[in-house]
Design a protein around this ligand. Structure first.
Ligand code: NAD
Length: 479
């Protein structure tokens, strides 16, 4: 563990220090929170090149993509949060029923305490710091654990975060042993992004301390497309969302459902879109990434090989080349049957299977017998089809006409449902995630209207209670 907390016992020390700072109350004033957000922004701008090089070293990310999906994404989130934070934190008045009058009620947001953030490797800077923005904005102190699978990014974070956010955020680097040690500590909230297997480990550890958790997990995010859309434009968007970061995006389109006619047209256009975005040999495209690890390469290439060789109904549309030495997998599109290896788990790589269905209803049934997706993408201009997907499916998010982009709308909550996760964040939703919404009721002692309900209760008091305070029967107004 090469970390800010690298001596034995230092993980406990890191948590204790974060707790001590929180206990002083220093993190509560709005000015402290805004200063921390400003400092993080400055860190990202001062060391943009360093973070960008780390992303290139770990994931082969092009600087433009690094800015769009990581560094610039974070500066936009900081600026949105800083702009609105004062208003978000203002107490919210709540109506008091006549029976309790005179009285005033409101809610206040209070910070939870010390937050643990555990991040994955695929967007190693964004997914560590975006929850940290929310946790600081809500007035917490933070212990942050970057992914050991993105070592250059982890090192850059461990180097710069202490310089700009000393005390407020402590970075603990490391892998399973360090995370296990962290999880043995008591936190006031744990925010985990990654796979569902580790999500279960995190939730079990949190249960021991009754710590609330946010789990940002993954799964297979489907696309449905029909013949009513501009196929060329749709193909360009699907190719962009699928092949960015070499398919290693939690909300990347995982597979496409459509009728045979729609899929045939889409397949033709996808080939052209890939050519336009990455050239005829994407291995030489500076905008095209690599699989993060040998294991990730072997898993995705293995599923692809299996389906191309033995998959019933499998037919290659474009791509298919791969090279273990450079962890390169060409952007690949293929037709598969629903029993294909590629349809058994989240692909998390640049391979896009097309699966034939009879109709939109058939696609809805296909989706509904599987785990609830993190995102669902519908390309259709048929209002009936759009309404059917809205009303009859459940997913973390539902987008029409564009994959992935909902992440960049800070007003939208981002998170999963069912197997794709629990809780959400971004913008104001982050502030709510990392706060306790405390109800405050203030009733003057005089006049003591509650005297009407104090025991002993005779007939008059019973009448007052059943008529005014807790009516026995309340008629619901007919609509
Ligand atoms: P990963 O391997 O980097 O693991 C995530 C974190 O868990 C790391 O910090 C790691 O140190 C820790 N970890 C790993 N094993 C552990 C263990 N046994 N005990 C305790 N901690 C452990 O990343 P990953 O899980 O491979 O990430 C990919 C998955 O994450 C995909 O399923 C993807 O869809 C999902 N994901 C979800 C989101 C989202 O926002 N919902 C974003 C990105 C990725």
């Amino acid at each position: 563990m090469s970390t800010q907390a690298s001596r034995p016992g230092s993980i406990r020390d890191a948590v204790t220090a974060a707790r001590s700072l929180f206990a002083t109350g220093a993190s509560k004033p709005l000015a402290w929170r805004l200063d921390r957000l400003k400092a993080m922004n400055q860190m990202l701008l001062d060391h943009r090149d360093d973070f960008s090089s780390a992303l290139a070293a770990d994931l082969g990310k092009h600087p433009a993509e690094a800015w769009l999906t990581e560094i610039g994404f974070l500066t936009a989130e900081i600026s949105h949060t800083a702009k609105h934070l004062k208003r978000w934190l203002a107490p919210q008045r709540v109506e008091v029923p006549p029976a309790l009058q005179p009285a005033k009620a409101h809610t206040v947001l209070e910070p939870l305490g010390v937050v643990l953030v555990i991040a994955p490797w695929n967007y190693p800077i964004q997914l560590l710091l975006a929850p940290v923005i929310g946790a600081l904005a809500a007035g917490n102190t933070v212990v942050a654990k970057p992914s050991e699978m993105a070592p250059a990014c982890s090192a850059a974070l461990a180097r710069w975060v202490p310089e700009y956010l000393s005390g407020a955020v402590t970075v603990v680097e490391g892998g399973v042993p360090e995370t296990t040690e962290l999880l043995a500590e008591r936190f006031d909230h744990i925010f985990y992004t990654g796979n569902g297997r580790v999500g279960r480990i995190v939730m079990e550890a949190a249960a021991r301390h009754l710590t609330p958790v946010t789990l940002e997990l993954g799964g297979k995010s489907p696309v449905y497309i029909d013949d009513t859309v501009d196929m060329k434009a749709a193909a360009a968007r699907i190719a962009w969302g699928k092949f960015m970061n070499a398919g290693q995006t939690c909300v990347a389109p995982d597979y496409v459902l459509g009728t045979p006619g729609a899929l045939a047209r889409l397949a033709r256009e996808l080939g052209k879109a890939i050519l336009a975005q990455h050239g005829d040999d994407p291995a030489h495209s500076p905008a095209y990434g690599r699989m993060a690890t040998d294991a990730a390469f072997a898993r995705v290439a293995g599923m692809l090989e299996q389906d191309l060789r033995h998959g019933e109904g499998s037919r290659l549309v474009s791509g298919g080349r791969h090279e273990a030495a450079t962890r390169y997998i060409e952007p690949t599109v293929l037709h598969v049957g629903s029993g294909a290896a590629l349809m058994k788990e989240e692909i998390f790589g640049p391979v896009l299977p097309l699966v034939t269905v009879e109709s939109a209803q058939d696609a809805i049934n296909f989706i509904n017998v599987r785990d609830k997706p993190l995102s669902l993408y519908v390309f259709s201009s048929d209002t009936g089809v759009r309404a059917a997907f809205t009303q009859r499916t459940s997913s973390g998010a539902l987008n029409f006409g564009v994959p992935v982009a909902h992440l960049s709308v800070p007003g939208l909550p981002f998170g999963g449902v069912g197997a794709s996760g629990m809780g959400n964040y971004h913008g104001q939703h982050s502030v709510h995630t990392f706060s306790h919404r405390k109800p405050v009721l203030d009733k003057p002692l005089s006049p003591d209207t509650l005297a009407l309900v104090y025991p002993p209760s005779g007939a008059l008091k019973r009448q007052v209670i059943t008529r005014l305070v807790a009516p026995a029967k309340r008629r619901l107004r007919a609509r």
